[in-house]
Write a protein that binds this ligand. Sequence first.
Ligand code: HEM
Length: 500
Amino acid sequence: MSSLVANAYNFRGVVAIAITLTMGALWTSYLYGLWFKGNQSHDSTHELRGLWILDGWSFFTKRHDFMADTFRRTHQKVFRFRVLQHRVLAASGATARKVFLTQKGLSLDEGYKILLGGGPDLADINIETDEEGHFVRRLLSITTKDRLQDVLPSFVGDVSKRMAAWGSSGSIDPFTEIYKLVFQMTVRMSTCAEIADDPAAVTKLANLYWLLEQGLTPAGVLLPWFPSPARKAREKATAGLFGMLYSYVERRRHVKVPSDDAFDVLISKGTPTPEIVGFVLRTIFAAVLNIGMNAAWALLYVNMDPEWKAKATAEIQGLLDKHCANSTDALPTRLAAIPFAAWEDELPAFDAVIRETLRLIMGGVVLRRNLLPGTLSVGEGSLARGDFLAYPLADVHLDPDIYPDPLRFDPGRYAAGREEDKRAPFGYLAWGAGRHPCVGKRTAELEIKVVLAMFLTGFECQLVDQSGTPLRVVPQVDRNDIHMPRPLKPCKIIFRRTEK
Ligand code: HEM
């Protein structure tokens, strides 16, 4: 009872502090708004004049609606708003898109760090590394064709082992279970066998990672100084991940015969342990949510489209017949016998399904910060040094003039004779383009293909709603979820295993 009373007092204290902070934030926001109005640029760009904290909040909590509604309401191709002291130019249209993608001096890292809360950062636990500047080069060194060929049989083995735990029939939430498959493959690709072969270690890593993801909240970005539970959780998770990964890397340093695993490759190149840890955290962050959600959506779309399901199934069966003489071998053994080059070059229906899924799902906002001296013209707006630039991919991916009937899943759009993605400059951006194309594309495509191949050759599936009623169309996407756009209404896959 006394602890209940104490909790009630604590609760009232927390509420009082929260109210005081909120009032303080609104008041500061108001004063800042007055100051900002006096200091706004004198160009013709439309500026939102509300309380900055509300604009900033909508940008984090309902980003898609905030951007789409404001473009619609203002009839402008650009508008400006504020997130704390930062000025953001939201831009749409072909000219702005080209500047966004090709202009030197627009920083991708700075854009995401401040407006998305960045990813995991060892500086949160006072460990400074020089990892950021080397990340792309290191990633390319562990995702070469040869390495992916080496790791491919383990990908298939990992996925099939995890799927075996589902039993011979039942139901799964694709956005949870496929995320786990992708997590396992990404750990395999970016760490070492001691972790990837140990389900308890992978689960521990996944739990810490999930805790860290949950720490990336709008409040954490908008009020970084506020010691919120989310911030504490994030620091705790970062410390846990650091401690765990550090000990595995140090153990690998002392083995007599190095392997081809990522840790050993990075150690052999003289990479210090904290930088290897930072590299793994960043890789998992860039990979797992992106691959996990797109693999889950690809499965939903292809399963609901009989024509493309038949094409993709025939294609993978063709590769099984070609590369595996013994048809009595278990499915994972046969899939693992298909060489990486065939996965990459001989699955055009898979490629079209993935390409179309990504167009539909990758509608979020991409970000840059202007580090150039002076002012830069961006379409009909201008960007001062230090300002941020936000471009919604939906501007191009859901434009009916480029992709007629844009919400329809139609992988044939890219085929010779149609090539809708070529109707506008930079008409397809799901893998980025220009100065910052995605460096994880090859790995991501392979992981998605392995998941689809396992489902298409080893399972019968049906998409149902939460009550088990079969769905006739794929659910709509929650475009306001900036981390992992799931369906607006939850759904499940009911499965029956047809081959082991
Ligand atoms: C389906 C999965 C993925 C999708 C849809 C995707 C999409 C993208 C997009 C759209 C960009 C450009 C962002 C921008 O211009 O602001 C990008 C960049 C990038 N991606 Fe991916 N990505 C995926 C998987 C991965 C994976 C697996 C990795 C690493 C293992 C990765 C690493 C990166 C990096 C490092 C960049 C920035 C490159 C640079 O700074 O120049 N991505 N990705």
